[in-house]
Design a protein around this ligand. Structure first.
Ligand code: ZN
Length: 190
């Protein structure tokens, strides 16, 4: 079955909106089916289809979120497809199960398919709970970083095998900044 083009999908979505019943602010009884949703927040966002600047596989740890977001912006990654899961790149390098790894690979496949993604950023970070934190390395940040770089390489190798056309960057985040592998030009400070 052929996939509808993105403009076609958007046109279909608009048609659905036209024919859908309007959202109503109605109180429902306990036995009434929940067929309406109440608007509780207004925010305008661009509905146009987009090409993703990159797929980004990163941990859900809140402590690194702002660092990752600012790093991506600095790199010109303004429309990332964010794949945010416990452990980030660990889910490809040393997944807890085959299904975890396969789910993540499928997310990246979907990003390529739906949003024309050509780049991927794989992220590990210091004191990641999925690795047992810094404590698992006896609080040795150097040993932790070395292991994370190896993990990132494992994740990149797997991704490259599955998606040879993808441009892959390995990223290590700690509480002082962002580190990439030597093959990539360092970013200016600031
Ligand atoms: Zn983490």
């Amino acid at each position: 079955m052929r996939r509808a083009s993105l403009p076609r999908q958007v046109a279909d979505a608009k048609r659905i909106m036209v024919h859908a019943p309007p959202f109503e602010n109605t109180k429902r009884g306990a036995d009434e089916p929940n067929e309406t949703m109440d608007k509780v927040f207004h925010f305008d966002s661009a509905p146009e289809p987009y090409v993703a600047d990159a797929a980004v596989l990163t941990c859900f740890d809140q402590r690194i979120r702002q660092t990752v977001n600012k790093f991506l912006q600095r790199r010109g990654i303004l429309r990332p497809d964010m794949i945010v899961v416990a452990g980030g790149a660990k889910t490809l390098a040393s997944p807890r199960s085959d299904s975890e790894r396969d789910f993540i690979l499928d997310q990246i496949r979907m990003s390529i398919l739906l949003h024309g993604t050509k780049r991927a950023f794989l992220v590990c970070h210091s004191d990641c709970g999925a690795y047992g934190g810094l404590a698992a390395y006896n609080s040795d940040a150097g040993a932790e970083a070395k292991h994370h770089f190896e993990e990132l390489e494992r994740a990149a190798d797997l991704l490259k095998t599955r998606f040879p056309e993808l441009d892959i960057a390995c990223v290590l985040v700690n509480f002082e900044g962002v580190f990439v592998n030597g093959a990539q030009a360092p970013d200016e400070a600031g």
